[in-house]
Design a protein around this ligand. Structure first.
Ligand code: AMP
Length: 540
C-alpha cells in the first residue's frame, strides 16, 4: 500500500523560490571579478535567475543541454546555477586550473553548447575554442562597460543578455531524477570522468548538509564558501545555504589570506569552508598581522587531510571550531564529518578524533573491505578499501557503460584506504596508490605528513614511497621548510620518533621550494615520485 502524499518532485528551483519567499531580504555579497563589492538579496537573485532562464530559453537551450561555466564564486555564477538547472539543463562547472588539453577533452566529452566565462578567464576559452565541437556561444560574465576584446565568435555580454528579458517565468516541473549539474573529477588515472548529479540527489544532499551536526547552516549564519563552485558545487553550499536563507559571501577570484580576512571581518562571517591550503594562507596572515575574525565560529575543512596542528591553531588560538570533512566528487561531495560526541570530554582525545575524517553523514553507508571485498572490522586498526553507498553517490560516471568502481551490491570503491573505529569514526590512512608497503606492512604517508606538519620549521610536507632492495619501499619525507629554516633529517627523526613506530620513520628528508599541486590543490605524488624516485636512501 502506498502512502497518500503528493508526488511533488524535488527540484533545485524550489530552493531559490523558497528563499525569495521566506528570506527575500537576506544578503548575497560578492567580491566581483571587476573589483568592487557587490550586494543584493535572494529576491534580486531570484528575479535575475528567472531573467537568465528566459534568455537561455531564447537561445534554444533545452532540457538536458550541457551549459558550461568557467567562473569564480560570484553572484552571477550563483544565478547561472539556478537558471540553468531550473529549466532542466545541466550546469557543467569547469576548473580553470586544468591543462588546456584536459579542458578540450572535458568540454567535448560533455558536449557543452554554451559556456559562461569570467572576465579574467576568457583567454582559457580562447585557447581551446577552435577545438571545441558543438559550442554555440560564449557568454562573458560582466557588463557592457567591461566587455573585453576577443576573437571568439558568438560572444554575449551577461548583463545585456539578462536585461533583454523579463522575469515573467514559472519554473518548469519535471522528473526529480533529471540531471542538474556535471563535474569532472581531477582524474588521477586516465581521462577525467564526469559525476552527473540530479535534482533529487542535490536536494537530499542539501537537506543533509544543513543539519547542525553537519555544516550547521541556518538563516542566522553568514557563510563564506571559499571552496570553488567548480569543485563539486562548492560542496553544495550554494544549495544548502539557499534552503535555509543564510547570508552568502562569495570571494570571487581573490583567495589570499588578506582578501579572505577582509571579507570575514567586514561581512561578519560565521561559517567558512575550504581546503587546508586556503586556511594555511589565512592563518599565516593572522600570525603576521596579529589579527583574527571574531565573528567566525566554524570552519569546514576538507578535500585533503586537515593536519592536527591546523585544528589546534584554529581552536586554541582563535576560538574557531574546525569541522573536518571527507568527501569526493563522486559523493556530491559530503561523505563524513568529524565532530566529537558529547560524551567525549578529554581534550587530547577530542583533538585526535577531529583529525580523523569522521562519521558518515546520515544518508551515506560506509564500510572497509580487504582485497577480496570482505568487510573488515570496525576496530580502528584494520585498514582496507573504503566503500560508500547512498542517494547522493554516483551509480556510474557520465557516458560510461560499466563502472569498475562499483561492485554487484552497488558499493562504490573510493580509492581511499581507511580504518573505522568502534565509535564509528573513519580515518583515511591513504589513497590506495599512495600507501607505502614496507616489509609486507603498510605505512601511511598521510600520517607522517600530518605529524611532520606539526614541526614549527615545516611549512608543508609530503611523503612518497622509494623503492628499496630489502623492504620493497621505504618512506621519503619531502619538506617545504618554513622561511629561513632547514630542519635536518636528524631533527625530523627526533621530532617524529615518539609519534611513530620506528619502522615507519622516513629514511631520509629532502627539501623543495613548493609542492607540485594538481588542479584541485592536491599534492601531485606522481610528480614527486618522478622527481625523487631515484633518490639514494642512506644505508640503515
Ligand atoms: P575530489 O573528488 O577531487 O574531491 O577528491 C576526493 C579525494 O580527496 C578523496 O577520495 C580523498 O582521497 C581526498 N580527501 C577528501 N577529503 C579528505 C580528507 N578530509 N582527508 C583526507 N583526504 C581527503
Amino acid at each position: 500500500m502506498l502512502g497518500r502524499i503528493m508526488d511533488k518532485p524535488l527540484l533545485i528551483s524550489s530552493l531559490l523560490q523558497h528563499a525569495d519567499f521566506t528570506s527575500g531580504d537576506r544578503e548575497i555579497v560578492t567580491r566581483t571579478v571587476e573589483g568592487p563589492i557587490h550586494r543584493y538579496t535572494y529576491r534580486d537573485a531570484h528575479k535575475r535567475a528567472r531573467q537568465l532562464a528566459k534568455a537561455l530559453q531564447a537561445l534554444d537551450v533545452k532540457l538536458g543541454d550541457r551549459i558550461a561555466t568557467m567562473a569564480w564564486n560570484t553572484h552571477r555564477h550563483f544565478e547561472i546555477y539556478y537558471a540553468v538547472s531550473g529549466i532542466g539543463a545541466v550546469t557543467h562547472t569547469l576548473n580553470p586550473r586544468l591543462h588546456s588539453s584536459q579542458l578540450t577533452y572535458i568540454m567535448n566529452h560533455a558536449e557543452d553548447s554554451f559556456v559562461f566565462v569570467d572576465l579574467n578567464l576568457v583567454s582559457l576559452i580562447e585557447n581551446v575554442a577552435d577545438e571545441l565541437r558543438g559550442l554555440k556561444g560564449v557568454i562573458v560574465m560582466t557588463d557592457r562597460e567591461h566587455m573585453p576584446e576577443t576573437g571568439l565568435s558568438n560572444v554575449y555580454c551577461y548583463e545585456e543578455l539578462i536585461e533583454g528579458h523579463s522575469d515573467d517565468l514559472t519554473w518548469p516541473e519535471f522528473d526529480e531524477k533529471t540531471a542538474s549539474s556535471l563535474c569532472y573529477t581531477s582524474g588521477t588515472t586516465g581521462n577525467p570522468k564526469g559525476a552527473l548529479f540530479s535534482h533529487r540527489s542535490t536536494m537530499i544532499h542539501a537537506y543533509a548538509s544543513a543539519l547542525p551536526d553537519v555544516l550547521h547552516m541556518g538563516e542566522s549564519e553568514v557563510i563564506l564558501p571559499v571552496v570553488p563552485m567548480f569543485h563539486v558545487n562548492a560542496w553544495g553550499i550554494p544549495y544548502g545555504a539557499t534552503m535555509v536563507g543564510a547570508k552568502l559571501v562569495f570571494p570571487g577570484p581573490k583567495l589570499d589570506g588578506a582578501s579572505i580576512h577582509e571579507l570575514l571581518v567586514n561581512e561578519g562571517v560565521t561559517l567558512a569552508a575550504g581546503v587546508p591550503t586556503i586556511w594555511l594562507m589565512l592563518l599565516a596572515h593572522w600570525r603576521e598581522t596579529s589579527s583574527n575574525a571574531p565573528s567566525l565560529k566554524r570552519t569546514v575543512i576538507g578535500g585533503s587531510a586537515c593536519p592536527e596542528s591546523m585544528i589546534r591553531e584554529f581552536q586554541d588560538d582563535y576560538g574557531v571550531e574546525v569541522r573536518h570533512a571527507w568527501g569526493m566528487t563522486e559523493t556530491s561531495p559530503l561523505g563524513a564529518i568529524s565532530i566529537p560526541k558529547p560524551s567525549m570530554t578529554d581534550e587530547t582525545k577530542r583533538l585526535r578524533l577531529q583529525a580523523k575524517q569522521g562519521r558518515p553523514v546520515f544518508g551515506v553507508e560506509m564500510r572497509i573491505t580487504d582485497d577480496a571485498g570482505k568487510p573488515l572490522p570496525h576496530d580502528g586498526k584494520a585498514f582496507g578499501d573504503l566503500q560508500v553507498r547512498g542517494p547522493w553517490v554516483i551509480d556510474n560516471y557520465f557516458k560510461m557503460e560499466e563502472s569498475e568502481a562499483h561492485d554487484a551490491e552497488g558499493w562504490f570503491a573510493t580509492g581511499d584506504v581507511a580504518t573505522i573505529d568502534p565509535e564509528g569514526y573513519m580515518e583515511i590512512t591513504d589513497r590506495s596508490k599512495d600507501v607505502i608497503k614496507s616489509g609486507g606492512e603498510w605505512i601511511s604517508s598521510i600520517e607522517i605528513e600530518n605529524l611532520a606538519m606539526g614541526h614549527p620549521d615545516v611549512a608543508q610536507a609530503a611523503v612518497i614511497g622509494i623503492p628499496h632492495p630489502k623492504w620493497d619501499e621505504r618512506p621519503l619525507l619531502v619538506i617545504v621548510p618554513a622561511e629561513g629554516k632547514t630542519p635536518s633529517h636528524a631533527e625530523m627523526t627526533a621530532f617524529l620518533s615518539d609519534k611513530l613506530a620506528k619502522w615507519c620513520l622516513p629514511d631520509d628528508t629532502v627539501y623543495i621550494d613548493a609542492l607540485p599541486l594538481g588542479a584541485t590543490g592536491k599534492i601531485l605524488k606522481t610528480e614527486l615520485r618522478a622527481q625523487f624516485g631515484d633518490h639514494q636512501l642512506p644505508e640503515a
